[in-house]
Design a binder for this molecule. Structure first.
Ligand SMILES: *[C@@H]1O[C@H](CO)[C@@H](O)[C@H](O)[C@H]1NC(C)=O
Ligand SMILES: *[C@@H]1O[C@H](CO)[C@@H](O)[C@H](O)[C@H]1NC(C)=O
Ligand SMILES: *[C@@H]1O[C@H](CO)[C@@H](O)[C@H](O)[C@H]1NC(C)=O
Ligand SMILES: *[C@@H]1O[C@H](CO)[C@@H](O)[C@H](O)[C@H]1NC(C)=O
Length: 498
């Protein structure tokens, strides 16, 4: 009893002495308050290994990733200047360090896209990303080596319904010699079925575009719902560039609403060769002129001829789009590769992009079998037309050939007759982004992230949406790498914005 009380007194005295000592000690030296350093999280979209490459060097690796690097110098950044990669083949291994480059820059978004490339060794079997306290083996693929004149990379579609624009674009691209690589996040399922039929017929390749996710990582560290610009469109376009870098003579970065009818030559490749011909150009930039189209809402009555005949110029232009020489460009942002010097660019005055800005879906439209062909006018107010009568008829013939194939499965007659999600998406982006942007109230702008718009689901309209498997990763410092595997389309997710 007595003993225990003594211990209490001793503890009390000890605490008192410590307290006094602490109280008398001089104040700590003033230190700059540092924001806590966030651990870095990088999501790898693409890892291409080039056994040979005319522009990146042989055995090169090209990487594209989204990373939670803060966009301004005011945030405290961990020291992350280089990416470290380890590669193994059956006989040897190598570790390389390489700088990374910003693909796009939106100072409202806390997650950005970066590019890096490095030369590895022949016949690589394993690639690992190196962190201070561990390594992450990543999957990689080889790019395409099938020679093509022109590839058009179509920016990711989401909750897409505009099948008329799709038919218009794919037939035009095929006729003038471009292969279509289309990224798809989601589309109304009857429209998806149409795309698949065209893919089988060799008009295009559909590539699922995935939603970035860092499994088990809280929003405070990396908010993939709201901090990735425009569903990583720039990353998708850059992925396409890397995939066809060795295969294509020219690559166009367009949206589904954008088409070019060549004016200088009968094909894209010849028009581009003429325009690139002069100097050491890396890319050419076409202006986009806005048009309205009037189309039937009934798949069974659609005709390209009628769609051409309905085009009217809206008297204003949109920010343009580019066509690049893939040997001279490694990555691109949305409208042009912004890191390439201005002198390597040519602004095309000889032709423009026809941009289908608005589309009216109507009930009554002339009989598609009607012989009359109307050539739509070129934007510049002269009697020049966008396309010749002969070309319109060639395109119509090609469409009718496809239509015959599609009749069996009734693919066309099942297409959507009303617009629902595309209207919601248009309203949301116009209200929350473009209006603020164009009317210079930019302070109201926030990052246009994947869940920027939320859509009330329509009970009768379902979507096919890209889905993947996300692996959860052991946390490494200063950076953890993530990736997705097994991309596929699923009907069980719904029609959502990401
Ligand atoms: C593309 O990458 C290669 C290999 O690193 C480099 O030599 C070239 O300068 C890069 N091109 C551009 C435009 O950055
Ligand atoms: C592995 O890489 C080394 C180093 O570059 C190279 O000499 C060797 O030929 C490669 N092995 C194979 C099987 O390609
Ligand atoms: C309109 O475009 C055509 C074709 O590029 C060109 O020949 C013509 O000079 C242009 N006219 C005007 C008024 O700009
Ligand atoms: C998405 O893919 C994952 C992995 O394959 C699967 O577990 C999940 O059920 C899928 N989700 C849907 C809605 O299909």
């Amino acid at each position: 009893m007595h003993h225990r009380r003594l211990i209490h007194v001793a503890i009390f005295l000890l605490i008192f002495v410590l307290y006094s000592l602490f109280k008398k000690s001089p104040p700590p030296p003033s230190v700059k308050i540092e924001l806590p350093v966030k651990p870095l999280k990088a999501f790898i979209y693409s890892a291409y290994y080039y056994p040979t490459s005319k522009s990146l060097g042989d055995n090169a690796l090209a990487l594209l990733m989204s990373i939670n690097l803060p966009p301004t110098p005011h945030f405290s950044t961990p020291d992350f200047k280089e990416i470290i990669i380890s590669a193994e083949n059956s006989t040897s291994s190598i570790v390389v360090r390489t700088p990374h480059h910003k693909v796009n820059y939106n100072d409202h978004c806390l997650i950005m896209t970066i590019f890096a490339t490095a030369q590895l060794i022949p016949n690589v079997e394993k690639i690992k990303m190196v962190s201070d306290d561990g390594m992450t083996e990543i999957p990689f693929t080889k790019p395409s080596y099938v020679n093509r004149d022109v590839v058009v990379c179509v920016a990711p579609l989401f909750v897409s319904e505009q099948w008329q624009n799709f038919l218009f674009a794919v037939h035009i691209y095929k006729k003038y010699g471009a292969f279509v690589n289309l990224y798809l996040i989601s589309a109304v399922n009857t429209f998806y079925n149409l795309m698949k039929e065209y893919e089988e017929a060799g008009y295009l390749s559909i590539k699922p575009w995935v939603y970035v996710k860092f499994s088990g990582i809280p929003k405070a560290i990396a908010d993939t719902n709201s901090q990735i610009e425009l569903r990583s469109q720039a990353a998708a376009q850059s992925d396409c560039l890397l995939q066809y870098k060795e295969a294509a003579k020219f690559i166009m970065f367009f949206e589904l609403e954008d088409v070019i009818i060549p004016r200088l030559a009968p094909t894209y490749v010849k028009e581009f060769q003429q325009l690139f011909n002069s100097d050491q150009l890396s890319y050419i930039y076409y202006q986009r002129e806005n048009y309205n189209a009037v189309v039937t809402r009934y798949g069974g009555r659609f005709s390209l001829k009628n769609m051409f005949g309905s085009l009217t110029y809206k008297n204003f232009r949109e920010a343009g789009k580019s066509v690049v020489d893939p040997l001279r460009v490694n990555y691109t942002s949305l409208h042009f590769p912004s890191h390439v010097p201005e002198i390597e660019k040519y602004i095309v005055s000889e032709n423009v992009i026809t941009h289908i800005k608005t589309v009216d879906w109507v009930d009554i439209i002339e009989d598609p079998n009607e012989k009359q062909v109307v050539e739509p006018l070129y934007y510049n107010g002269t009697s020049e037309t966008i396309i010749s009568k002969k070309d319109i008829l060639d395109l119509e013939k090609d469409f009718r050939k496809m239509r015959k194939q599609l009749q069996l499965k009734k693919t066309l007659s099942k297409l959507p007759r009303i617009r629902y999600y595309s209207v919601l998406a248009y309203k949301c982006y116009t209200m929350k982004y473009y209006d603020l942007y164009y009317f210079n109230r930019r302070s109201g702008i926030t990052c246009p992230g994947p869940l920027y718009c939320k859509f009330k689901q329509h009970p009768k309209i379902n979507c096919m949406q890209a889905n993947v498997t996300y692996s959860s990763m052991r946390k490494l410092l200063p950076i953890t790498y993530y990736y997705a595997t097994d991309p596929h389309f699923s009907e069980d997710i719904g029609c959502h914005a990401h």
